[in-house]
Write a protein that binds this ligand. Structure first.
Ligand SMILES: [Zn+2]
Length: 386
């Protein structure tokens, strides 16, 4: 058996791996595998198509149905262009705060869980706790579907999953979904003095965007609402736009990336339908008369389903009982909880740290939050051992 390791020591190790989504997370996964193997815990390992990213599932306790999944993602967002006071990949303790990329989102949770492995093992669980650590969450939850499919195939069906994203240790049973799209406009270029003979792709893209803006406005007025989320309505954001070649040429092409954060799936399906209708039936007919190659195409880049509140959520019931929290929150950010739920594993989001600190320079987590999470995992393990 290995020496018992404190949460801070474990977090120091985890932060030292630069697991920005564009890089490999394998060194961190290998470290966790070695750590768990040191306690004779076997790991069910997966990887992406290219073999550059890894994930793992590990079970503490008996291989029986009704367990609880403790889920976390190993990747972090980039630090490029951010003004950090310290090295983001070195855990720095200042007062009672721990600074580093991923401290809140969400290596803090993983560090709590791993550092408690020896304590949990000593309890001889009757209900299993399954650790599930994924890759590529930050770029659209790309890793979780494979991990969840393997979990369902290889393990007895769990009762539910706790996704340890930073909620300030407040129970969250609903969150928005997020879908990202790219729309590409192919215009008809020409001399800037002959606009009547061309189709300006940037101008067409602008009209598409005006339509999306009008839908975003409509969402705030009479769309689906969930007052627990901030903001309580669906939102649309235009993230990137790129088009044209020179000031004196009618722009031949323009593309823009946009996303919708929606409270329910149906709203985004409906939005896409209305957007296509608008492009195909309102914008295009007069444009293809100028040139028949003019087109507007939209493709989905990624999609994370919302976590929708359900009547009977057994994992929520267990957490209510253990934490005494009756007030349930909704949050605006997407997590892997929507994917677990969609796959038939009821989920909640509940973890240390705050989303306000995530994705920013000088990301930190308080030691108090980590301690609160440790206390909860101990209670959960105690419950699972009775
Ligand atoms: Zn996260």
């Amino acid at each position: 058996m290995k020496d018992v390791c404190s949460t801070t020591d474990m977090l120091t190790q985890l932060i030292s791996f630069d697991t920005t989504s564009s890089k490999s997370n394998k060194p961190m996964i290998d470290f966790i595998i070695e750590f768990l193997n040191g306690y004779n815990i076997a790991c069910n390992i997966g990887s992406n198509h290219e073999g550059t990213k890894g994930d793992l599932i590990a079970t503490i306790g008996p291989m029986v149905e009704g367990g609880i999944v403790l889920s976390g993602h190993t990747d972090v967002v980039p630090v490029d262009g951010q003004d950090w006071d310290t090295n983001p990949f070195k855990l720095i303790k200042k007062n009672k705060l721990l600074f580093g990329r991923g401290t809140s989102d969400m290596k803090g949770f993983i560090a709590v869980v791993l550092s408690l492995v020896p304590e949990i093992l000593a309890l001889n669980l009757k209900i299993p706790l399954h650790l599930a650590f994924s890759y590529d969450e930050e770029i659209g939850c790309l890793g979780a579907p494979g991990l969840i499919a393997r979990l369902i195939k290889d393990l007895p069906m769990p009762m539910g999953a706790i996704i340890g994203e930073p909620t300030g240790m407040k129970l969250v049973n609903a969150h928005k979904g997020g879908s990202l799209f790219e729309t590409e406009v192919t215009g008809y270029p020409g001399h800037a003095s002959q606009t009547q003979a061309g189709v300006n792709a940037i101008s067409v893209a602008a009209e598409c965007i005006v339509f999306l803006n009008s839908k975003a406005k409509a969402f705030t007025i009479d769309g689906t609402r969930d007052e627990r989320m901030e903001p309580p309505y669906n939102t649309i954001n235009i993230g990137v736009i790129d088009g044209g070649t020179a000031g004196n040429i009618i722009a031949g092409s323009c593309r823009f990336t946009w996303g919708c954060r929606s409270i329910i799936n149906r709203d985004v399906d409906e939005l896409i339908k209305q957007f296509s209708d608008h492009c195909n039936n309102k914008l295009l007919p007069s444009l293809v008369e100028i040139n028949r190659d003019v087109k507007i195409t939209t493709k989905k880049i990624s999609s994370v389903p919302p976590l929708m509140q359900v009547e009977e959520n057994p994992v929520e019931a267990v957490l209510r009982q253990l934490t005494g929290q009756n007030q349930m929150m909704g949050v605006a950010f997407g997590t892997e909880a929507g994917l677990f739920s969609e796959a038939g594993i009821p989920s909640v989001v509940y973890g240390p740290g705050y989303i306000d600190q995530a994705h920013k320079p000088n990301e930190y987590i308080s030691i108090a939050q980590l301690e609160e999470c440790s206390e909860f995992i101990r209670k959960l393990a105690g419950w699972a051992s009775k």
